[in-house]
Design a protein around this ligand. Structure first.
Ligand SMILES: C[S@@+](CC[C@H](N)C(=O)[O-])C[C@H]1O[C@@H](n2cnc3c(N)ncnc32)[C@H](O)[C@@H]1O
Length: 315
């Protein structure tokens, strides 16, 4: 997510590995060269693969609002003088003023969608699907977690991939305050001094709303578990044994460091660590760099898009 303090800043983090990270995920699923079945249909295993690819592409496009060319618009906070006018218009005529977004912004997750269920954008969602499919194919043990879920879209995708592969053993952990970001604790985490994320009310999405979003996709069941509260309180005691995918999207130094400290030791070798904000939020990048240095994590950091990075645990 773009930070209120650091919007626009970017940093390079190593070689691009987008192709490996599932860039083709949105290609139309298909098989014009599929051999004819004696009954005229597609042979079942091939048809099942085709359906799985189609389901996951459709799920992705729905989560990002791409079916409507991403034109749901972006959240917008006008200046107070302008707001007085827009509020009057909306009260009087039932109108809403919507700021347009662009396909590029949606692809790279640079906007804050008005309606879409995730703000991470196409590249980072493709990367997430790639990581989950890879741990399933490789039999890497462990659950999946996102720390910082907003409306829940990335976690819904994770649950959808498990469903598409018939994986009934793994849990998707959904960790959030469901009340926005914490006030900065500058004494403990000086990198967060002056951080304004806690004032951003649109980042506070309730647990009820996130549960409802899962339900609408038909993906709310016992394989989804919610961890409600500040990461510093919920993550150290969470009843998680092992993780195969650890996705961090908490924006601040504290949120990133608390998640890495509590959860990285549980990440299996062969599992993936994904950091949503490394390229655009200084506090997040510093937390990751500090943690990697202090814990001897040396796997190469791979760039997904201007914001997101990931690496695969090798030791
Ligand atoms: C940028 S949003 C996450 C976007 C989301 N991953 C998506 O797919 O759209 C950040 C989220 O992190 C949560 N968050 C950040 N720091 C937190 C903390 N220390 N404890 C609990 N929740 C936190 C916020 O409540 C918010 O929902």
């Amino acid at each position: 997510m773009m930070s209120p303090r650091t919007a626009g800043a970017t940093s390079e983090t190593g070689t691009s590995d987008r192709a490996a990270a599932g860039e083709a995920a949105l290609e139309p699923a298909s098989a014009p060269d599929t051999p004819e079945h004696p009954d005229g249909g597609i042979p079942l295993p091939r048809a099942a693969e085709d359906l799985r690819a189609r389901y996951l592409s459709l799920l992705h496009a729905t989560l990002t609002f791409a079916l409507w060319d991403a034109q749901d618009g972006t959240l917008w906070a006008p200046r107070p003088a302008v707001r007085a006018v827009t509020d009057r218009l909306s009260a009087r005529y039932g109108l809403e003023v919507v700021k347009k977004s662009s396909l590029r912004a949606r692809a790279e997750g640079l906007d804050w969608p008005r309606l879409a269920h995730t703000m991470v954008g196409d590249r980072r969602l493709e990367n997430l699907r790639y990581c989950v499919e890879q741990v399933i194919r490789d039999g890497v043990p462990g659950d999946l977690i996102e720390t910082g879920v907003w409306r829940g879209g990335s976690c819904i995708l994770m649950r959808g991939v498990l469903a598409a592969y018939g994986d009934t053993a793994r849990t998707v952990w959904v960790a959030d305050s469901f009340a926005g970001l914490p006030r900065p604790d500058a004494e403990r985490y000086p990198a967060d001094a002056g951080d304004l994320h806690h004032q951003v009310t649109v980042l506070a999405v309730s647990l009820a709303e996130v549960r409802e979003n899962f339900r609408r996709y038909g993906l709310l069941d016992e394989q989804v578990r919610f961890l409600k509260g500040w990461f510093r309180d919920t993550l150290p005691a969470a009843p998680i044994e092992r993780l195969a995918v650890l996705r961090l999207d908490g924006d601040m130094y504290e949120s990133t460091m608390e998640a890495l400290t509590a959860l990285y030791p549980k990440l299996s070798v062969g599992g993936f660590c994904i950091i949503d904000d490394y390229g655009v939020i200084e506090g997040c990048r510093r937390a990751v760099d500090d943690f990697r240095r202090d814990h001897g994590v040396t796997e190469e950091i791979l760039r997904i898009d201007p914001s997101g990075v990931y690496w695969r645990r090798t030791a």
